[in-house]
Design a protein around this ligand. Structure first.
Ligand code: ATP
Ligand code: MG
Ligand code: FE
Length: 337
């Protein structure tokens, strides 16, 4: 079964062809990072316009690289939420037009369920049930993946997402957008124990997260240093901040797996590319006898192969979207229809 996946929820215009939910035949990503960098973050209106400019050629290239025609595709899957409404609408409109014209089934996919499904692309043995730590630009969730299309959220952030905190701290220490990969890189030259930043716990919600505290602590630290005329070490601040976030993410994920008796943890979303998080989870999982998997960095951040992977499992389960499929900017995980 061949699925064409389309993704345009934020600042990547992407299309991919995936076979049987697991084998990537092509994975084309046109990133808008260069433009948004000028503004220090994603500008929604610019994102929508760029998606419109790129989407046709990205899809054409995905079909070409996979060496298939649109006729050979079994279904078209597209991200319909959550994300920026204008950006989502470009992908949804395009997918509907293609599916209608080529008489193909249309399958709307949840962007975060797609991030989770990215784990299927390189781990042929991974099947639900498993626990997934979702850490992306806009989401931080602990999710029990009960089946390919059944999810239960057991923990979430009360304020900033992990990736958002990375991006804000990066901006504050002058690393620019997008901050995650840059903090990851400079942290390698810094001391993760140089500054003690807080690790927030949420009373009464052992698997929930909060990252606004650590972000504020970094901003306060920077202000203090400036007032006292102390020159900061970008690398030490980055490494200490990263250490605090990694401690919390790894700690909660392991604790949840132990409590729920989960023997497998998958990691998903852009922050899953973070080298310190991967290393830390690996050490902790080895200690606890828990299997760990995460996607290659290119499948951690936004891409359409993950949308085709999730689309495949929805498709074989019989899910079909109508021609009235709409963008749903605040779509909830597990929500259908
Ligand atoms: P969402 O998926 O929640 O809608 P998004 O699509 O914008 O948000 P992703 O593409 O999943 O987010 O991930 C982007 C985020 O991942 C950014 O916040 C970025 O800083 C972060 N990120 C990417 N690489 C790394 C890394 N190596 N270390 C830490 N963070 C990273
Ligand atoms: Mg992005
Ligand atoms: Fe994403």
């Amino acid at each position: 079964v061949l699925i064409l996946g389309i993704e345009s929820s934020c600042d990547e215009t992407a299309a991919a062809v995936v076979k049987n939910g697991r084998e990537v035949l092509s994975n084309v990503i046109s990133s808008q990072i260069a433009i948004h960098t000028l503004y220090g973050g994603v500008v929604p209106e610019i994102a929508s316009r760029k998606h419109i400019e790129k989407i046709n050629q990205v899809i054409e290239q995905a079909l070409k690289e996979a060496d298939v025609t649109l006729e050979q595709i079994d279904a078209i899957s597209v991200t319909y939420g959550p994300g920026l409404v204008g950006a989502l609408l470009v992908g949804v409109g395009e997918a509907k037009a293609l599916a209608y014209a080529a008489h193909k089934p249309l399958v709307g996919v949840h962007h975060i369920e797609g991030h989770i499904a990215a784990n299927y692309l390189e781990h042929p043995d991974l099947e639900p049930p498993f626990l997934c730590l979702v850490v992306s630009g806009g989401h931080t969730h602990l999710v029990q993946v009960k089946a390919y299309d059944s999810f239960e959220i057991i923990g979430c952030t009360h304020d900033d997402a992990a990736g958002e905190a990375f991006d804000k701290v990066a901006r504050a220490i002058g690393l620019g957008y997008p901050g995650g990969p840059k903090i990851d890189k400079v942290s390698k030259e810094g001391n993760p124990h140089a500054i003690e930043f807080p690790r927030a716990k949420i009373a009464g919600a052992e698997f929930d997260f909060s990252f606004s505290g650590v972000k504020s602590a970094v901003l306060n630290y920077l202000n203090q240093c400036e007032m006292k005329g102390i020159k900061i070490s970008q690398a030490d601040v980055a490494a200490s901040f990263q250490q605090s976030v990694v401690d919390v993410l790894a700690g909660r994920a392991i604790a949840a797996a132990k409590k729920l008796g989960e023997k497998r943890i998958a990691v998903a979303g852009g922050v899953a590319a973070n080298s310190a998080l991967r290393q830390r989870l690996k050490e902790e999982c080895d200690k606890e006898g828990i299997a760990l998997c995460y996607p290659s960095p290119i499948y951690c951040t936004d891409n359409a192969a993950m949308i085709a992977a999730q689309g495949y499992y929805e498709y074989i389960a019989g899910t079909r979207s109508g021609w009235d499929l709409n963008a749903v900017p605040n779509l909830k995980i597990g929500q259908r229809g």
